[in-house]
Design a protein around this ligand. Structure first.
Ligand code: SF4
Ligand code: SF4
Length: 418
């Protein structure tokens, strides 16, 4: 994996500095390595521009089913294009239904306005065949941009579906090789797997800090510790430094008394953190996020020494417990494990308006949370507009009040079924 000439900012993990202003408005001082990610978009832009100038192709992706490892192994840079701005939605609604998911509309709005510099640099966009809205939006976008459709079979746990997916991954490799005149050797793929394993491992360890009674981070601060471009060397150094600074430390004592929330549902992409803020401003603590911007893509690694690395990679990605899959039992298994590990006191399920798969699956998650985990459940359906914030605040506060009145100790919050 070649490093791409970006400038590393000096940053001591142990020494909070003036760069530690908390844009999330909570702790006054954080390790500088945590604050590094406040400028995540700027760092990614600098990295992508340098890569672009050096002739490295930029490949846009919009889903965690796309294996970034393959793009790295082709010498390219994978960039997440998911839109998190309400400002680009009105122009998108000239072509797309108003009731469509805001994540899709926002991304498409950037496309129409040509205002996402990553998208404008992209030599290829991977169109993951996941939810219907995204598929049809990609069709419109493909009229103007180079696109490759990654076909995802939807039957989780089915060996025929897995075989198809593996073939699809091999076709994607061929496409990358042809398009970028390169060869994805086993060695290059292994290096890319090791890079992504390292990043997943570091982010998993950071997420695990939230298991403490009084964690050194809020859920919102943890959510900031991610990047639109994986594998940036400076990001990996700052993940490591943040871990060194935070491991064994605790947050303010009041944090131990907050209601511990397991969030699940749709991705909370950069700029769309409003519901997380509402939960934490209402005396909750988001101890775990079972989402694609949380731990969902981090839970499984790939064995770099697997005899068939492509098959191992295909299997890892096929296990992703997304609601677009039929028979998404893996999500329930994951919720059971995470609720227990993070000692959640309730489950809050975030559904973007127009996201049919997460909306329909919410019924199953509710039954699972209440009947199997013994945890109160709340579904919050919203979009990128703050218009319903006051209503959400009232509902969240009522949920927390109910939990407090129950006076259930954290460790006794789960039913004996798990
Ligand atoms: S929630 Fe599903 S469709 Fe959305 S990014 Fe994650 S895996 Fe992809
Ligand atoms: S949140 Fe739902 S509707 Fe929106 S892109 Fe993801 S899966 Fe599709």
């Amino acid at each position: 994996m070649s490093a791409c000439g970006e400038v590393s900012a000096p940053c001591s993990a142990q020494q909070p500095s003036s760069c530690c202003a908390d844009t999330t408005g909570r702790d006054a001082e954080r390790p500088a390595a945590v604050a590094w990610f406040d400028s995540m978009i700027e760092h990614c832009l600098e990295y992508a521009r340098a890569a672009h100038e050096q002739g490295r192709p930029i490949v846009g992706i919009m889903c965690e089913f796309t294996p970034r490892e393959l793009i790295f192994a082709a010498g390219a840079v994978p960039v997440c294009l998911c839109g998190g701005s309400a400002a680009t939605i009105p122009v998108a609604e000239e072509d797309l239904p108003v009731l469509l998911c805001p994540l899709i509309k926002s991304t498409y709005g950037y496309h129409i306005q040509k205002s996402n510099p990553f998208l404008e640099m992209a030599a290829l966009i991977v169109a993951e065949n996941t939810c219907d809205g995204k598929k049809k939006m990609y069709e419109l976008m493909s009229a103007e941009r180079p696109m490759y459709v990654l076909e995802l079979p939807k039957r989780q746990g089915d060996r025929h579906a897995l075989r198809y997916w593996e073939d699809e991954i091999r076709r994607f490799i061929k496409e990358l090789e042809t398009r970028f005149s390169t060869t994805i050797t086993n060695d290059r793929l292994r290096q890319a797997v090791q890079l992504m394993n390292r990043e997943r491992g570091l982010r998993r360890q950071l997420a695990a800090l939230m298991q403490a009674d009084c964690p050194p981070l809020t859920g919102r601060q943890l959510l900031n510790l991610k990047s639109s471009i994986s594998g940036i060397p400076e990001d990996l150094e700052h993940y490591e430094a943040a871990l060194q600074a935070l491991e064994g430390t605790t947050g303010p004592a009041e944090r131990a008394n907050r209601v511990r929330v397991l969030m699940t549902g749709v991705p909370v992409v950069h700029g769309t953190e409003r519901v997380v803020d509402i939960i934490e401003d209402s005396d909750g603590l988001v101890v775990c996020q079972e989402t694609c911007t949380g731990v969902k893509p981090l839970l499984e690694d790939i064995d770099p020494d697997a005899p068939d690395l492509v098959a191992a990679l295909a299997a890892k990605y096929f296990h992703l417990p997304c609601s677009v899959m039929m028979g998404n039992d893996a999500r329930m298994d994951s919720l059971r494990h995470l609720a227990r590990t993070y000692r959640a006191e309730c489950v809050i399920d975030l559904v973007w308006q127009g996201c049919l798969t997460y909306d329909v699956e919410a019924t199953r998650v509710k039954r699972f949370a209440e009947d199997e985990l013994g945890l109160p459940y709340m579904r919050i359906q919203t979009d990128y507009s703050p218009a319903d914030s006051a209503r959400i605040v009232v509902r969240v506060q009522a949920l927390f009040e109910t939990i407090r009145q129950g006076a259930v100790p954290h460790s006794a919050c789960l039913s004996s079924k798990i």
